[in-house]
Design a protein around this ligand. Structure first.
Ligand code: FEO
Length: 394
């Protein structure tokens, strides 16, 4: 079945229902590798797919036109999930011209594929006429790599921004008005938090660059195509990129014999007593990527661990290392935890939160063995203090 975005523009990508991991993040709903075919006097293919899905893409192209007729292959991004099938495709269409971004995209393809393809690098000064329609190009560095580029089909006002505005969301249908929008936005949030969170400033610059364009449709390289309300995802990106948060706190912890969990529960009670929204996450059972998605819009992170080998527990270590790389901005936080014979966990948490630029509410709370009622009262008061800061700062 042909899937047409508008007359002469087709989705010819692939659906990966089974993938559960991307860059060490968990995926709950698979993903898609979106490729788009534009039929005009000249024929252009925008992006390809992950190599195992080449035949699936080729079959979809063949339903529309003979693949040998493709004149241009736009490689918006050199990463393998979009350019990985290029060597296979170029064997079938050796005369086609590949168009990567001038800034890093050309280099990325050369260093990855060591190819001898005909290449025409593009930037904002470039324009490709397909006949009745033309393509323009906009570098959007770090959405998601330095080479990333958006392609714009002028006459139909369709933006093909590759990774930007995507979601890891496999589905039988392709458009935003054919799926559960709440679920899709939740996946768009996870996608942004786990992949794009460090690049807020560059994202705002990219959106600013695209501001003058009329955009009827956003056709990203992963997930659903935004054609009913493309502004919805643009607005969400602006909010996330600015680091805007809700009046919400997260209590994120890992426990060994239950002491750190008792402390976490007392902190949660303190936050609730101030009427502030709070979500506790025990990292032994919570999905790390889900927690990171919540971090994106939470104001406060209260982080606790039991001590193990004079340091934090392994799930907490993975979480904090991951979060540090994502450079969350504008957060307040606190550290807590427990130990048996020698401490260490709370100091590590304090240091890591400070390295991330989290504004710490002190003092941290560290308890030997099991917290008594007095320590639990301190935890309750810490929760209250955090909640008051959340209410005053958000
Ligand atoms: Fe979907 Fe950066 O690749």
């Amino acid at each position: 079945m042909k899937i047409e975005l508008t007359k002469g523009v087709y989705w010819v990508g692939a659906v990966d229902w089974n993938i559960q991991e991307f860059h060490s993040y968990t995926l709950h709903h698979g993903t898609t590798y979106n490729a788009y075919l534009i039929i005009d006097d000249k024929i252009a293919l925008i992006d390809t797919v992950k190599p195992p899905f080449y035949e699936e893409m080729l079959q979809r192209i063949t339903e529309v036109v003979s693949p040998t007729k493709i004149n241009y292959v736009i490689a918006n991004h050199a990463e393998m999930d979009h350019s990985g099938a290029l060597p296979l495709l170029m064997k079938d269409v050796p005369e086609a011209t590949v168009i990567p971004s001038r800034r890093h995209g050309e280099l990325g393809l050369t260093k990855t594929f060591h190819h001898d393809w005909k290449v025409m690098p593009a930037d904002e000064t470039s324009e490709v006429s397909l006949g009745k329609r033309k393509l323009k190009f906009f570098p959007i560095p770090m959405l998601h790599w330095p080479d990333s580029m958006a392609t714009y089909l002028v006459e139909d006002a369709i933006l093909f921004p590759n990774d930007a505005f995507g979601q890891h969301f496999a589905s039988a249908t392709r458009f935003d008005d054919e799926v559960d929008l709440n679920l899709m936005m939740a996946e768009a949030t996870r996608y942004y938090a786990t992949i794009l969170m460090p690049f807020g400033k560059l994202i705002l610059q990219a959106i600013d660059k695209l501001k003058g364009l009329k955009i009827n449709t956003i056709a990203p390289s992963h997930g659903i195509i935004w054609h009913s309300n493309p502004q919805r995802i643009i607005d969400a990106y602006i909010t996330w990129a600015k680091g805007e948060t809700k009046k919400k706190a997260l209590v994120i912890y890992e426990t060994m014999w239950g002491s750190t969990e008792k402390m976490a529960k007392a902190i949660v009670k303190g936050i609730v007593s101030e009427g502030v929204e709070v979500e506790p996450y025990n990292l032994t059972v919570s999905d790390r990527s889900d927690v990171i998605a919540q971090v994106l819009t939470a104001k406060a992170l209260i982080v606790g661990s039991a001590t193990h080998n004079n340091d934090i527990l392994p799930n907490m270590a993975a979480f904090l290392t991951n979060l540090k790389g994502l450079k969350p901005s504008g957060k307040i936080g606190a550290a807590f935890g427990s130990y048996g014979w020698g401490g260490g966990a709370v100091k590590t948490i304090e240091n890591m939160l400070k390295e991330m630029g989290v504004d710490l509410v002190e003092p941290s709370i560290s308890v030997q063995f099991v917290p008594n009622s007095e320590t639990l009262e301190q935890c309750f008061e810490l929760g209250k203090a955090i909640a008051k800061r959340v209410k005053s700062q958000s």
